[in-house]
Design a protein around this ligand. Structure first.
Ligand SMILES: [Zn+2]
Length: 281
C-alpha cells in the first residue's frame, strides 16, 4: 500500500502561489531566550525548565510567472535526524531541485542555508540563482575574521563559506528595497547583520517572508523584547522585530515565518498593549 502524501498548505496572492514546506523540527530549550526569567519562559511556552522546545523550521516554495523559487533551503543532514526533509517534500509534490530557478535567502545560518548542499557536499540546486542581501553576503564571505571572534561566529563563518562557495558564480547581491521579479529585500538586521525579509505584492495584497524575526512565538509575540542567544546583535534584533511587527500590521501584510508552527502563515494583530498572531492559511 502506498502511503498518502499529506497535502502541503498553499496560499494564493495575486500572481504568486506560496507553498509552505516543513524542513522539520529543531530541538531547543527556553534557555536560548535572553531577557526573560526562566519561570516566565516556562509559563508562556508551557515547557518546563530544562524541557525541550521544538522549534519548527519552514521553507517556502513560490510559483510565479512560470518560475519556481525557494525562500531558504532547510538544513540537509547537518542538524540532526529531525530536520532536512525539504527536498523529499518537494519531490512529493513533483518538484525536483533542478527545477528551482531562484533561491531567496533570509540569512546565512545552518537551518536556512545548509540545505544548499547535499550530504556529500554537492550542489543541490544546479540551476538556481541565489539572491542574498549584499550586507549578509559581505559579512559572511568578505569579513576579516579575527581570533577574538566568538566560537559561534567562527563556526558560522566557516559553514557559510563552505555552503556558499559552490554558488558564487550565480550569487546575486541585492540592496535594501531592491526587487527581483517583484520580490523585494527588506533589511531586518540584528539576528545576523544582513538578515532580510522578502516582500511580495500582487493583486492588491502583500506578504512578508520574515525569516527569523521570531524564533519562539510563545515567548516573542507577547514579549517582543525577548532576544535569542543566536542573535549576533541582540539590541538590533529586538528593534527589527518590533518594527517588523508594526510594519506588517500597519501595511496589512500577511506573514510567512521560518520558525512559526507549520504552515508558518499568520497575521499579526494588536492586542491590548501587545501583539497576537492569527493563522492565515
Ligand atoms: Zn533560523
Amino acid at each position: 500500500m502506498t502511503q498518502a502524501v499529506p497535502a502541503l498548505i498553499t496560499k494564493k496572492l495575486g500572481e504568486f502561489e506560496v507553498i509552505a514546506i516543513s524542513d522539520g523540527l529543531l530541538p531547543a530549550s527556553n534557555a536560548s531566550a535572553v531577557g526573560i526569567d526562566q519561570a516566565a519562559a516556562a509559563r508562556l511556552s508551557g515547557v518546563p525548565e530544562g524541557g525541550v522546545v521544538q522549534i519548527p523550521v519552514n521553507a517556502f516554495l513560490l510559483k510565479f510567472r512560470g518560475k519556481l523559487a525557494l525562500v531558504d533551503t532547510g538544513s540537509s543532514d547537518t542538524q540532526g535526524p529531525t530536520l532536512g526533509f525539504l527536498i523529499q517534500r518537494l519531490s512529493e509534490i513533483g518538484v525536483a531541485p533542478d527545477m528551482i530557478d531562484y533561491i531567496f535567502i533570509t540569512h546565512v545560518h545552518p537551518d536556512h542555508t545548509n540545505g544548499l548542499l547535499s550530504p556529500k557536499g554537492e550542489v543541490n540546486y544546479p540551476n538556481a540563482e541565489l539572491i542574498v542581501h549584499e550586507r549578509e553576503a559581505n559579512f559572511w564571505l568578505e569579513r576579516q575574521t579575527s581570533e577574538s571572534d566568538s566560537e559561534r561566529l567562527k563556526r558560522g563563518t566557516a559553514a557559510a563559506r563552505r555552503t556558499l562557495s559552490p554558488y558564487l558564480d550565480r550569487l546575486r547581491r541585492v540592496k535594501d528595497g531592491e526587487a527581483m521579479n517583484g520580490i523585494a529585500a527588506i533589511s531586518s538586521n540584528g539576528h545576523t547583520p544582513g538578515h532580510t525579509a522578502w516582500q511580495i505584492q500582487s493583486g492588491g495584497e502583500g506578504l512578508v517572508f520574515w525569516g527569523d524575526t521570531v524564533h519562539m512565538a510563545a515567548l516573542q509575540v507577547p514579549r517582543p523584547d525577548v532576544v535569542m542567544v543566536y542573535d549576533l546583535d541582540q539590541d538590533a534584533a529586538r528593534r527589527s522585530r518590533m518594527s517588523m511587527f508594526e510594519r506588517v500590521i500597519t501595511d496589512n501584510l500577511a506573514v510567512a515565518g521560518a520558525h512559526l508552527d507549520y504552515p508558518g502563515m499568520v497575521r499579526m494583530v494588536r492586542r491590548g498593549a501587545g501583539y497576537w498572531m492569527e493563522p492565515d492559511a
